[in-house]
Design a protein around this ligand. Structure first.
Ligand code: SF4
Length: 52
């Protein structure tokens, strides 16, 4: 599966994850926060995630 060399990702539960290695196959993704104010990396997520 072709992947986007600019988007590294280890979330292999996502249907857009490259199965061969740790990259995303989408052309672009949206990164979101799930806290009113993001203070740490844990406050951010990939908003383009979809389950397999
Ligand atoms: S959509 Fe997001 S979570 Fe899914 S493979 Fe791409 S970067 Fe990872």
């Amino acid at each position: 599966m072709d992947h986007n060399q600019s988007i590294r990702c280890t979330v292999d539960e996502c249907k857009f994850h490259c199965n061969k290695d740790d990259y995303c196959t989408l052309e672009s993704i949206e990164v979101v926060k799930h806290e009113p104010k993001a203070k740490t990396v844990e406050c951010t997520d990939c908003g383009s995630f979809q389950t397999k």
